[in-house]
Design a protein. Structure first.
Length: 349
């Protein structure tokens, strides 16, 4: 049966959580649709982890209410909220082997031994850990421990999955592999998932929607594509990827729309093209803004080159894909940097 993606599975209604004089979460209102993968993103102290702990039932709000499937969970303890949880530390039982770690949540629900065995065998195969069921957590790699933690969270078929910095302890290559695995598992199980992270790439890769938090409040909520391409504020633009903030740049900004008051112009580094000063002009030059500058620095990063280009008093960051036969510009080279006028965004200060 097709899931109703319009139905809210989780709702925060005017939720505030304080610690003494500090408000970690301030008047938070947020809905998570059934089957959605929503990521709460923000720096340390933004309130993202507190929001997850409130949803999990490990903490209680000072004001407001949290609803799951339309019912308030104010009086429902964490162990009765029927949620799978994966922590950054994995929180596996060190004295139990993989099979016993996976059986534990099923035993707590009173599921019989034969059914437990069947479910464990099935989930082990799904997360590519069959054959490792007798190993202790200390005998597993970080990636294998992460798979066990995910399997344990999913094995009881909970309607909600909570992920607290789930990939923070993994190296980059393994993190990318696990992003693919988590995305695949979410698609297969269709579980409403709330993930907390400070990793922008992780949020963009995994999410149906992203919530960016700052100082206990929501700064912006939107799809990954929209929030990256059309950030609402300067904070979001700079936090989610790199951004050239063109405030008093020393040249006139040309855009397809007038600049609203209280905003500053912004353009992403990958939207800017860089060429040698004597390169031929574009055929569609009327659609572009072009300025000249001097290369301050060039950083080679495998498939990408990152340039810092000095244009008057402004230092522009430019990213380009490394193309076969294309000569890299060097520090001191004069260059022309160009961007489509339609790629300029205006963000609130």
């Amino acid at each position: 049966m097709e899931k109703d993606v319009t139905l809210a599975q989780i709702e925060f209604r005017n939720v505030t959580k304080t610690y003494g004089a500090l408000a970690a979460v301030k008047d938070l209102s947020l809905s998570v649709r059934r089957g959605e993968f929503l990521t709460i993103l923000g720096p340390s102290g933004s309130g993202k982890t507190t929001s997850l702990m409130l949803l999990a039932g490990f903490q209680a709000p000072n004001q407001g209410e949290i609803f799951i499937a339309g019912k308030s969970v104010a009086a429902v303890p964490s162990y009765r909220r029927d949620q799978g949880i994966v922590f950054q530390s994995y929180a596996l039982f060190p004295h139990l082997n993989v099979r016993r770690n996976l059986e534990f949540p099923l035993e707590m629900r009173g599921i019989k031994a034969a059914e437990r065995t069947m479910r464990v065998d099935r989930i082990l195969a799904r997360v590519h850990l069959d054959g490792l069921e007798d190993r202790m957590p200390s005998q597993l790699s970080g990636g294998q421990q992460q798979r066990v933690a995910l399997a344990r969270a999913l094995i009881a078929d909970p309607p909600i999955l909570l992920l607290d910095e789930p990939l923070g302890a993994l190296d980059r290559n393994l993190r990318e592999q696990m992003q693919t695995e988590i995305k695949s598992l979410h698609k297969e199980f269709g579980i409403t998932t709330v993930c907390v992270t400070h990793d922008q790439d992780e949020a963009l890769t995994l999410s149906d929607r992203i919530v960016v938090m700052r100082a206990g409040r929501i700064e912006q909520t939107d799809t990954p594509e929209a929030i990256y391409d059309r950030p609402a504020t300067q904070f979001v633009a700079k936090f989610l990827g790199e951004a050239n903030i063109l405030e008093n740049p020393g040249f006139t900004i040309e855009a397809n729309a007038p600049q609203p008051s209280g905003t500053v112009a912004m353009i992403r580094p990958e939207r800017i093209c860089i060429v040698a000063l004597n390169a031929p002009k574009r055929v569609d030059v009327d659609q572009y803004q072009s300025v000249t500058g001097t290369v301050d620095n060039m950083i080679y990063a495998g498939p990408l080159r990152k340039y810092h280009v000095r244009v008057g008093s402004t230092l522009l960051v430019v990213r380009e894909h490394v193309a076969s036969g294309r000569r890299a510009l060097q520090p001191g080279d004069e260059a022309r940097v160009e961007w489509l006028r339609s790629d300029v965004r205006f963000v609130a200060v």
